[in-house]
Design a protein around this ligand. Sequence first.
Ligand SMILES: Nc1ncnc2c1ncn2[C@@H]1O[C@H](COP(=O)(O)OP(=O)(O)OP(=O)(O)O)[C@@H](O)[C@H]1O
Ligand SMILES: [Mg+2]
Length: 330
Amino acid sequence: MTKMIKVQNLTKIYRTPIKSGNPLRDFFARQYKQSIALDNISFKIGENELVGLIGPNGAGKTTTMKILSGILYPTGGDIKVLGYTPSDKKPEFLRQIAFVMGQKNQLVWELPATDAFELTRTVYGIDKKHFRQTVDNLCELLNCSSFINQPVKTLSLGQRMRVELINSLIHRPKILFLDEPTIGLDIFAQTTIINFIKEYQERYQSTIILTSHYMQDVQRLAKRVIIINHGRIIFDGQLTRLISKYSQEKTVNIILNHLLPEKFHLPDDIKCQYDFPTLKLNVRKEDIASILAYLLKEIEFNDVTIEDEPIEEVIKKIFTSSQNKESRPK
Ligand SMILES: Nc1ncnc2c1ncn2[C@@H]1O[C@H](COP(=O)(O)OP(=O)(O)OP(=O)(O)O)[C@@H](O)[C@H]1O
Ligand SMILES: [Mg+2]
């Protein structure tokens, strides 16, 4: 697989000026506070991969994306995106990438989206026929035709996000950075965006890095996840491997026919919630077979489902275990 993104030993240290209260001193000998946002991270991303970048607030996700797209300079490390050094901001590089931020409006507030699209067409020098085709395709995929002529300021958050996406994709970028594209959206708008990203990637074979605090987004879209915490990578691999490695439990949900019999008794270490007709058990993976055999023998039930632990819980465990490792004396 061709590597589109190669990151080696990337470090980013932010320097923020400290005010001493003495303007003269601040002018001539300003003091700075340094904070390490990215601490020596390395990873590679191949062509047509969709990778979820996840981590708590302040982990370094946006900083990573900004460096990969050339918005920020790294403090150290070797970064190649499509063979270019992003911070060189070569026009040939910039026209092959796009960066969409859910928290930032990138369109002109007073103008309709169609004017913004036309402006983007001119900036990238896209021919009219090609442009029309792309906009029509994207509008159809995102169901936008009814509001692209309205000024951006009159659009709902979900509608604005949809036109932001179209505007970022007009030049058919090879790599797409999506930073919280569903933030603040209701479940329907969120689903529309997620379905679109999925379909877009399949149709146009682009490479996508996505951040989201909504684990359903990541689960629906990304096979591979990179988890960062305090500027360090604590997991990089397939989502399924993450679950099988870190999740030790499954949840067994049972809908009972009758109240539990007196003699029903489970081992003490099994967490159990009972609210007739529902019985919910958290069972270690290796105990599932024996517990099911016991349930079949002892009780009558209408329905039984076995679920993996929610991904949020699995990730919480990873953060806790990485924090414990960091705080352990060396
Ligand atoms: N311009 C800046 N100047 C100084 N520190 C910054 C700057 N931008 C980010 N930081 C700090 O760098 C760290 C990483 O920030 P970043 O925005 O990359 O986190 P994030 O993972 O995107 O978080 P969130 O989930 O909240 O979006 C944080 O501690 C943040 O305060
Ligand atoms: Mg961020």
